[in-house]
Design a protein around this ligand. Sequence first.
Ligand SMILES: *Cc1c(COP(=O)(O)O)cnc(C)c1O
Length: 448
Amino acid sequence: MKNAGHRQIPSVEKVLQHFSGSALPRRALTALIRTELARIRRRKSIPDQESITSHIAVAIGDLLSQKLQPVINGTGVIVHTNLGRAPLGAKVLGAVTELASNYANLEFDLRSGDRGTRAGYLEQNLALLCGAEAATLVNNCAAALVLILRHFTSQKPEVIISRGELIQIGGGFRIPDILEASGARLREVGTTNKTSVNDYRRAFGPETGLILRVHRSNFSMSGFVGSPSRDELAAFSRSKKIIFVEDLGSGAILPMQKLAGFDHEPTPAEAMRQGVDLVCFSGDKLFGGAQAGIIAGRRQFVGALKREPLFRALRCDKLVLTALQSTVDFYLSNETNELPVMAMLHTSAATLQERAEVIRRALRGSRIAVEIAQSKAQAGGGSLPGSDIPSFALDFSPVSPNRFARRLRNGSPPVIGTIKGRKFRVDLRSVFPAQDRALADAIRRVCQ
Ligand SMILES: *Cc1c(COP(=O)(O)O)cnc(C)c1O
């Protein structure tokens, strides 16, 4: 039986015409309209044409909001996993653009004219930067861990790890799960707050293949805490002829404690000096490059990992390799200001305050109260958990902070901030100076 209201349902053609200016590609738009009209047809009561049109407009908006697009990060968290972690600088991107739009010597030896190795230049420079004999890279740090565990526990499946390091990073990454996924067996030692070398010694057995140390990258512990030093663990693992691996997580290269508000963050070079056999860390956290899992350490171990069949399944593509090649070059030539993460970390609070003043002046006459406030930014991305970086923010006092936040999120470009009580805060440390004007414009639009 046809519902009488069905006559109200417009044709796909007619709705298409109405939304012809939409940013959705035509076929995607047509498919969406068909789906939505079919859904409406199944309803008991059919809405009027106007509600049908506005319903479809919402569906189009929902889909477009999921399209990857730039946003303004006003959270003050520099490496924000939900907001794409490390942004790339113009010069790094220039290198990527040039390589990607041409053929390249990806696996071609320009000297001999034969098949060549992938990323030879990058691997050598990465090793130098990490103070290691050798280095290589895979898709992300989780993949690096799986590869390492898989390879070094194939004979002896047990991995000793401190209970204080069985951590979770962001959504869905837990060290115990990664261990399991790689086929390794977890042997927990010590307690949440205290682990000693003796705990490792007692746990050691014929099945032990590896000692894993994990940097507590997204939280810090204080009070009655203690864990063995790298030197101690390195000496122990050497005496037992097993490999000692450290997951550093964020991959700080520069001495972070020299910056205001920062704790010390272990660098790969430091871990190497203290006897770690292999380290792994993310390429797109504090390191400030593209998504990758960087592995550095003893030549024989890195070489063995590269011969693993799994390595082929986890390798990086040429765009990532180029971005990292360029990033590493900037580290080695002390031009880290070309890396946005480093530039944002190093910006002085006074500079941020001046920018805040300029933005506030630009907002004069708009119908919203703006205050400039001292704030605390974070490195983020599971790095430097104890660090509060002195920063400056714009605090807005809208009638409804939630509605204000929602409207800013749904603007173009979207602006993401934080709600603090009755205020909506935009921290300028994670905003590019070149975005200040767009930020002011976005706020002005929302206030109209
Ligand atoms: C972030 C993090 C990881 C995961 O890194 P991905 O590159 O996202 O796979 C692993 N270990 C630690 C300690 C981390 O902080």
